[in-house]
Ligand binder design. Sequence first.
Ligand code: GDG
Length: 469
Amino acid sequence: MSKEARLVVVSNRVGPLSDEGKAGGLAVGLADALRRRGGLWFGWSGETSEAGTDSQAKTETEGEVKLVTIDMTEDQVAGFYLGYANRSLWPLLHYRLDLARFERETDRTYRAVNREFARRLMEFVSEDDLVWVHDYHFFYLGEELRRLGFKGRLGFFLHIPFSPPEMLAALPGANDLVGAMLAYDLVGFQTMTDRRNFANYCKHELHGQKQPNDRVRVGDRVIEAKVFPIGIDAESFAEFAASEEAEEHAAMLRSNVGRSLPIVGVDRLDYSKGIIERLLGFERLLENYPERVGTVQFLQVAPLSRSEVEEYVDLRGEFEGLVGRINGRFAALDWTPVHIMTTGLTRRALAGIYRAARVCMVTPLRDGMNLVAKEFVAAQDEADPGVLILSRFAGARSELGEALIVNPFATDEMAAALERALTMPLEERQRRWRAMRDKVFANTAAEWCRKFIEALEDAGREDGDRPAD
Ligand code: GDG
């Protein structure tokens, strides 16, 4: 196979290709890789129509890159996306068996939509392409492509955690789902823990074996399972943080908090992000360190997400209730402890807020990586860097060990970490930040893409088989 095989990316949502400061690092990294090699990005249009996955494909071309999308019917969106992806797989893979709902009907629709996407993708791919499928929406897509006769290289990357086999086994049809992952030549995970959970599932539930060189064997099928921690476009983010729009927002935040020190959190409003636990930690700070009352303000940016899903509606109620309770309990005429925003901000505005923050709390109960932690680091200014408080359950924890690492379930520990962050001397803040900055700028989104693609090109080759460049 030629080293410059065309790249085909499949993900639920597609693009944007050009970065007006709207796209996240992932879209930017993928768009760069597609542009360099030429390629195709295939996914859902975000629209529903009667024809659904049978709809006419919409195509946009920019240089050597094509974006191709198809619609879904309302039933497909309900079963595949809202139902199975977001009410079965998302909670289960985030270790929330208590929130997971399993319905035979949504499972059926999920598999059918994967089959349909594979069928439609076959119109556009050739065997020389490298096909890279993203995330928990498309576990079965590779298997369906193989069934339709696709013989080229197939890779899969899971952006979210992979739960331990004992937990995953609660999913009806779990063996089918993990078995389908074996159709890929390479499966990528964010952390060693996720990779180990996958390999253990294969070993204990599918009677497979772990093999040297990151390989896993099940029956006569041998695939590679590797770790590729995702990064951000750190340079652009640092530029955003120095932009005029960022400075305006930093100034707004500073004038809003007045003499208080700003603590921020930025997350989609999702139960995996530990927003409730973080607020409880902040409340405990005010209880355990009463001198903090009136001297700190917590800003939570929490754009609403998946509002059609019941658990997210419940979370919103709980979130707003808790904020009201904390504010009601501690507010003074000239000071409000918690400020929340549920409408999103631009990336430049966000960068400004990170820069003005004294502390950023990234406290998920479980998270594949968490890009906010990396963005916060990239946005700091060496002269006066803020402190990152990071959950031990975020994938980012393996790289960002110089953050203050917390257990988000331990409320007193969170309060103590906040107090430590608020009193941390400048020299220590700078030392910790420099170490993290070096990693965030080294392992960027572009590097992550490059490493995955290189591994996919090499997958299945015996060691030493790699052709010279
Ligand atoms: C999944 C995995 C993994 C947030 N609020 C606003 C806004 N954001 C942006 C952040 C960040 C992105 O959204 C969130 O990324 P995360 O990584 O934190 O989380 P997920 O959305 O859950 O992503 C995760 C990721 O995939 C990549 O593999 O790291 O673990 O769950 O970029 O900045 N952006 C704007 N306004 C907002 O108000 N513009």
